[in-house]
Write a protein that binds this ligand. Structure first.
Ligand SMILES: NC(=O)c1ccc[n+]([C@@H]2O[C@H](COP(=O)([O-])OP(=O)(O)OC[C@H]3O[C@@H](n4cnc5c(N)ncnc54)[C@H](O)[C@@H]3O)[C@@H](O)[C@H]2O)c1
Ligand SMILES: [Zn+2]
Length: 362
């Protein structure tokens, strides 16, 4: 059984397919997209080991050639060096074949493979096969591709949409629980920014989600994908600031992540803390009730996400927040919750209030 939805972007539209144990059907799905030639599967060695065979068999059974390129795990692989190496290796392999890319992995694989696809021969088709919860509900959808530069993350990239996003929740079984919690933090974010029912659904099913109940997990991935797709449809290239609402919890979250030198907290954990601070700020500015903020906090705690900011100092957090381009521009803009399911972008939030909100979690 699988669920599907469409991202409507005129010539760049594509389908998102979500299901349990569907990896073996990818070949047929790709055939239906009129692709031919060879699939270049970019992945990590460990994922090749777990899922490479199934994928290869599925693709070969409908006549595709298959070539794997496995790159090291970790954010370091989103580098110019790895990017160029992939391009060079693909060029050597290519010899005017018809080729397309399959990104089998989390956000790191998705971002770098997407950028390779966007730039190789000025663009070849690519398919996202996200294998982390974060990638399934967020990074694989929307066509933001990138690598990091020494000055900062995601500084070189392109908007380049995949031709298919194929999310098999069964692959999450090999992912460690910390990564599941990270993904759930983003799922809660989707609930808060636009869907009270999703928020309540997550709240009711936390333990099933942590234990990877396939039905509940598929439903969450579907609902979050739907929300991300809707936002992307309205603002494909981030020109209208509609995508801004996806940053709920992220302004402070990024600052906490950076203040801990990306070692103290992983992204989803920092975002959870960022959402706590943002909801506290929302209460202070009278957009949200204390009860609603407590409900949000309770769900994050149930998931096992951090409750207090520890190991990171306030001046460091503020310093990183000030470096944020949204703050440099002048008036700080914040995504504040106006309920559990609605947000508002507020300008000119005072630093005094921000500081006080952070302090309440130190
Ligand atoms: N393009 C976007 O819109 C967007 C949005 C959000 C984040 N991102 C980017 O995504 C990246 C983070 O992505 P991530 O959180 O998926 O991390 P990741 O890609 O580094 O994956 C985390 C770890 O899990 C392992 N892994 C992945 N799937 C697995 C599986 N099924 N079983 C076992 N191990 C598995 C990976 O090998 C890796 O070590 C960042 O670089 C971030 O900038 C991009
Ligand atoms: Zn995020």
């Amino acid at each position: 059984m699988s669920l599907s939805l469409k991202v409507n972007l005129r010539d760049n539209s594509y389908k998102i397919v979500i299901g349990h144990n569907i990896l073996q059907d990818l070949g047929g799905e790709l055939k239906a997209l009129n692709l031919n030639g060879d699939a270049i599967i970019i992945t990590h060695p460990v994922l090749k080991k777990y899922y490479g065979k199934v994928l290869e068999k599925s693709l070969a059974s409908v006549g595709f050639g298959v070539k794997f390129f496995a790159i090291a795990e970790g954010e370091e692989s989103k580098s110019a060096k790895v990017f160029i190496k992939l391009l060079e290796e693909i060029a050597k392999y290519d010899e005017n074949k018809s080729i397309f890319i399959v990104a089998l992995g989390g956000g790191v694989i998705g971002d770098v493979s997407g950028f390779v696809a966007a730039t190789y021969r000025r663009g070849i088709p690519y398919v996202q096969v996200p294998t982390t919860l974060l990638a399934q509900i967020d990074s694989a959808i929307g066509g933001k591709t990138a690598i990091d530069l020494s000055v900062g993350k995601n500084l070189a990239g392109a908007f380049y949409q995949p031709i298919l996003v194929y999310s098999d929740v069964a692959v999450l079984a090999t992912l460690d629980k910390r990564q599941i919690r990270n993904g759930l933090s983003e799922a809660v974010k989707y609930g808060v920014i636009s869907d009270r029912r999703l928020f309540d659904f997550i709240a009711r099913h936390v333990s099933k989600l942590i234990n990877l109940d396939s039905k509940v997990l598929s439903e969450i991935v579907y609902q979050c994908s739907r929300i991300k797709a809707k936002v992307v449809e309205q603002d494909e290239k981030e020109t209208k600031s509609i995508r801004t609402i996806l940053n709920f919890g992220h302004t402070i979250g990024h600052a906490i992540e950076a203040a801990g030198k990306f070692r103290v907290y992983q992204h989803g954990e920092a975002v959870a803390l960022g959402m706590r601070v943002a909801s506290e700020l929302s209460v202070r500015l009278k957009y949200l009730t204390a009860k609603e903020a407590a409900t949000l906090g309770g769900v994050l705690s149930d998931i096992g996400l951090p409750e207090k900011i520890s190991g990171v100092k306030l001046p460091e957090i503020l310093k990183h927040m000030m470096h944020d381009k949204k703050f440099k521009a002048g008036k700080p803009r914040f995504v504040l919750a106006t309920g559990l399911g609605t947000v508002k972008v507020v300008e000119g939030v005072s630093i005094v209030d921000i500081k006080a909100a952070i302090q309440s979690y130190l």
